[in-house]
Design a protein around this ligand. Structure first.
Ligand code: IPM
Ligand code: MN
Length: 372
């Protein structure tokens, strides 16, 4: 029987709740599709940090490296200075594992309510390929005269041909198996130096993809186009920080942060990929069962696709979106069921195979792109 070694990082806040729900769905996927997983729980997060003063250590990186994938909940807590856990764990992991791409689908599934008036599923099916290791996220910078009116802060953004090229190349390949359209999103009219590099990489890689049509949109204009005419976009490739911001807006189109999924992909095969809902730890609602597990379950689907369990990936996606479509509200008390109850509902639909398959699933496109 096929067996996959999974590291599970539930983390903080609602992270453990949505992860537990996703693991219930994984149990159902294993029984239905004949594979097993070995699961190692890794206790990274606020508690571990406050008890031991430990963030991501080299030992943990080596431990994670021995796994086929990482299922991630959320990291971040009001008990720890903002940035310590985020940088010391999430960003450190993305870099240590060379998770070059942060893949963030923006898809409105049928029947899911969106706050954007008049938006329909046919018009909202794009994927953001976010460069995941550098830009403003290199955490370089310095301050002088701190605490005085003369305080100066310098915060750099680093862009290397190497990292931009691997993101852009992946984006072209994905566009080639989708609708053949790739948009570069940047701010080349102000960030001129970085903009020149990104534009040159787009042109250079583009020579190998004559059938992919390209265009360019400034990131501010993207925030206007995305809610109004998402149908304009197929694959969007962008810098780390722009990708972070634009995908929160993308999540809103899909029904909210609780629905949006992501894959931090190592595409070179020299590190472990990590799958996480994009909603974060939401400490304000933690412990109440109010978090929507859909983002975690759709991230699980991406993980299964990555592990070569294509049928299971499609099954989890179908069951999750079927459950989503029937919810009275997409988060909070109004959801009408707890996080874990929803996980069980999704697992139930998966077990009996009654959810209609999702057409044009990103999961099968990914399989084609990864198996180049
Ligand atoms: C995300 C998050 C992270 C990011 C934070 C928690 C460091 O917002 O995954 O989008 O900025 O990348
Ligand atoms: Mn974010």
């Amino acid at each position: 029987m096929r067996r996959h070694a999974i590291a599970v990082l539930p983390g903080d806040g609602v992270g453990p709740e949505v992860t537990r729900a996703a693991l219930t769905v994984l149990d159902a996927a294993e029984s239905r599709f004949d594979f097993t997983t070995g699961r190692t729980e890794v206790p990274l997060g606020a508690d571990h940090y406050l008890e031991r003063g430990e963030l991501l250590t080299e030992g943990t990186v080596e431990q994670l490296r021995a796994h086929d994938a990482i299922l991630f909940g959320a990291i971040g807590s009001p008990r720890v200075t903002p940035g310590v856990l985020e940088r010391g764990i999430i960003l450190a992991l993305r870099r240590a594992m060379e998770q070059a791409i942060n893949l963030r689908p923006v898809r409105l599934y049928p029947g899911v309510p969106t706050p954007i008036a008049g938006l329909t599923p046919e018009r909202c099916d794009l994927v953001v390929v976010r460069e995941n290791t550098e830009g403003a996220y290199v955490a370089q910078g310095s301050s002088v005269h701190v605490g005085t009116p003369a305080q100066v802060a310098v915060q750099e953004s680093v862009n290397t041909w190497y990292a931009v090229e691997r993101a852009v190349d992946f984006a072209y390949r994905l566009a080639a198996v989708r609708r053949g359209r790739l948009t570069l999103c940047h701010k080349t009219n102000v960030l001129v130096e970085a903009g020149k590099l990104w534009t040159a990489v787009m042109e250079s890689v583009g020579e190998r993809f004559p059938d992919v049509e390209t265009d360019y949109v400034h990131v501010d204009a993207m925030c206007m186009h995305l809610p109004v005419s998402p149908e304009r976009f197929d694959v969007v490739v962008t810098d780390n920080l722009f990708g972070d911001i634009v995908t929160d807006l993308g999540a809103v189109l899909q029904g909210g942060l609780g629905v949006a999924a992501s894959g931090n992909l190592n595409i070179a095969g020299n590190g472990t990929s990590m799958f996480e809902p994009i909603h974060g730890s939401a400490p304000d609602i933690a412990g109440r069962g109010w978090a929507n597990p859909a983002g975690a379950c759709l991230s699980l689907a991406m993980m299964l696709g990555h592990l070569g369990e294509g049928e299971a990936a499609a099954g989890v996606e179908a069951a999750t979106t079927a459950v989503l479509a029937g919810l009275p509200a997409l988060a909070g008390e109004g959801m009408g069921a707890s996080t874990q109850e929803l996980g069980e509902r999704i697992a139930g639909l998966l077990a009996d195979g009654s959810a209609p398959p999702v057409e044009g699933s990103l999961m099968s496109q990914l399989t084609q792109v990864m198996a180049r």
